[in-house]
Design a binder for this molecule. Structure first.
Ligand SMILES: Nc1ncnc2c1ncn2[C@@H]1O[C@H](COP(=O)(O)OP(=O)(O)OP(=O)(O)O)[C@@H](O)[C@H]1O
Ligand SMILES: [Mg+2]
Ligand SMILES: [Zn+2]
Length: 290
């Protein structure tokens, strides 16, 4: 809705501009006005006023259901030059920088140039959700539909909606999850789903994959083999010399089963984010740059 007292549009929601992008010309109203003191004419276009644009983007962001806790997450406040002590600090900074570059390029190019999503793997607090939310926000602000779901929350809703007598409420939960242009499933592998809930997760991922919809996932379960396995020798350490407790006892395959894990290889590009827990290392040490 336009602001009634907007100085740009006077509350109509439309303002006039001299230039619009080529691809919008067909869909916009335009007219010519004489340029004062000459015989020339200039074309003007009607475009939605900023006061409505802000509302609209706020509304699409609301629909994406990004939790308040992650509302601040953006690429330009994701620090990549944080650590300056400890043997692994250069590697941590590099990992942050690389991960940010990949996520940022993905968000910038979406929907062109890619039919795979992102799987961000790494230890607790490394910044996986931050980067995934930053990508989701950017895509949503360009007008695509996006949806944030905590994995455990989704399982709970699926389990809660399961009613053998009627499928409707289950469909109510699943519909937006299946159809959002971009789904962010946060903290994959957390919680212990029942076999059929896990099957539903498989169904969600499969359907989205088949319909060429993009899924972004974060997890701190790693692979015990394959490209994302973390050899002990490479275990990241905190500046204090303490090892980062990245490797959970279970692997991602243990948590999700072989079929889903192998589907994820096809659906997503993996980003390994190996850095210490930002909450503990940076926030508590007061080392955050302003
Ligand atoms: N490189 C960074 N620059 C700025 N803020 C960061 C960075 N890394 C993490 N943060 C902030 O630290 C907090 C924890 O990060 P985040 O939630 O993204 O971690 P995570 O890897 O998803 O952790 P978990 O595995 O526990 O879910 C967030 O508030 C996030 O904004
Ligand atoms: Mg997270
Ligand atoms: Zn206005």
């Amino acid at each position: 809705m336009a602001k009634p007292d907007c100085p740009l549009c006077g509350g109509t929601g439309w303002k006039t501009v001299e230039r619009v992008p080529e691809e919008e010309k067909m869909t916009r109203v335009s007219w010519e006005k004489p340029v004062e003191g000459t015989n020339a004419k200039k074309r003007y276009w009607a475009v939605p006023c900023d006061c409505t644009g802000k509302d609209r983007s706020a509304r699409t962001l609301d629909r994406a259901r990004i939790p308040n806790r992650y509302e601040h997450c953006d690429f330009n406040n994701f620090d990549t030059d944080i650590y300056d002590t400890g043997a692994d600090c250069a590697a941590w900074n590099r990992s942050l920088e690389q991960s940010k570059l990949v996520a940022e390029a993905f968000a910038r190019d979406y929907p062109l140039g890619t039919d795979t999503g992102l799987l961000l793997m790494g230890p607790c607090g490394a910044g996986k959700t931050h980067l995934a939310v930053a990508a989701l926000r950017q895509i949503v602000l360009r007008g695509h539909t996006g949806l944030f779901y905590d994995y455990r929350e989704l399982l709970k809703e699926i389990q809660g909606s399961y009613n053998p007598e009627s499928q409707t409420s289950e469909l109510g939960v699943l519909e937006p999850v299946l159809t959002a242009d971009v789904l962010l499933l946060d903290d994959l592998g957390a919680g212990k789903p029942s076999p059929w809930a896990l099957e539903t997760v498989g169904h969600i991922l499969n359907t989205r994959y088949n319909e060429r919809r993009i899924t972004l996932l974060t997890t701190n379960y790693l692979d015990t083999d394959g490209p994302t396995a973390m050899p002990t020798a490479r275990s990241p350490r905190l500046p204090s010399g303490q090892a980062v407790s990245a490797a959970r006892e279970d692997s991602l395959t243990d948590r999700l089963g072989m079929r889903i894990r192998s589907r994820l290889y096809e659906m997503c590009r993996t980003i390994e984010l190996f850095a210490p827990d930002y909450r503990r290392e940076v926030r508590q040490a007061g080392r955050m740059r302003s």
